[in-house]
Design a protein. Structure first.
Length: 251
């Protein structure tokens, strides 16, 4: 019997979205995972960026047990997370022209690297400019976004384009415009966002593909272990030392 409580409805909606991206984004996940594996094999570095709540999925693949040790978080002051005060400032900074270029110019990102950019709408100046500037530098860009926003909203970038227009690989989360899965009589606004669940799952699917692809090529994937299992810290110390020139979150 179906659970028609709000909790059950939300979980059903999230499961349906996960099934959808599993089936419809399989080729894109494979392409993104291969791109990540190619970058690792060729000596490149890996970076992930997201603004506001989109940063949650980016952070989930950085310094993560079971994840690739080479994934670094590309940070923009006041934009990563909701810890800036007031929180609304983070939303305002996403619309500032020139900010992404300034961040990339002062970052360790260089040609031959790969950058994952997470932006649900993909419409703000920051993610669009980040992708455009990164590709101009010779960086491969993987965009994780909802393509629906490109037809349901207008761009806030001067070019009139969206994140999806400036990526080597696009992963479509399939999230509806507004990012709210439920409505209820007596509740004036839709509620229960699922973008974090879906986007995080998509990126972990990409990381799994990358690890398996490297192994298929006879290359040991630079994976981290949990520090809460015996031998975990020792394992991680070896990995961090071996790839110290491509890891920036430890300095």
């Amino acid at each position: 019997m179906s659970d028609r409580t709000p909790a059950g409805q939300f979980l059903d909606a999230a499961i349906d979205l996960l099934r959808r991206v599993r089936d419809e984004e399989a080729d894109s996940v494979a392409a993104a995972g291969t791109l990540i594996a190619d970058t690792v094999a060729d000596g490149g570095r890996l970076f992930a960026f997201g603004a506001g709540h989109s940063s949650l999925a980016a952070q989930d693949v950085v310094y993560r047990a079971g994840g690739l040790a080479l994934m670094n978080l590309l940070t923009v002051p006041g934009v990563v997370g909701v810890d800036v005060m007031p929180a609304t400032l983070g939303s305002a900074l996403e619309r500032v022209d020139g900010l992404a270029s300034a961040v990339l110019e002062s970052s360790p990102v260089r040609a031959g690297d790969a950058l994952v950019i997470v932006s649900l709408s993909g419409r703000n100046a920051l993610p669009v400019e980040m992708a455009v500037t990164a590709r101009a530098l010779g960086v491969k860009v993987i965009g994780v976004t909802s393509v629906a926003y490109a037809t349901g909203t207008t761009s806030r970038h001067t070019s009139g384009t969206f994140l999806r227009d400036h990526c080597d690989v696009v992963l479509d989360s399939g999230i509806a415009v507004g990012d709210a899965e439920l409505t209820l009589d007596g509740v004036p606004a839709p509620f229960a966002p699922a973008s974090t669940v879906v986007t995080t799952a998509l990126l972990q699917a990409v990381m799994a593909t990358a690890a398996a692809t490297l192994a298929d090529r006879g290359i040991e994937p630079p994976l981290l272990r949990s520090g809460n299992v015996d031998g975990g810290h020792e394992w991680n110390r070896r990995i961090l030392e071996r790839y110290a020139d491509r890891i920036f979150y430890r300095h």
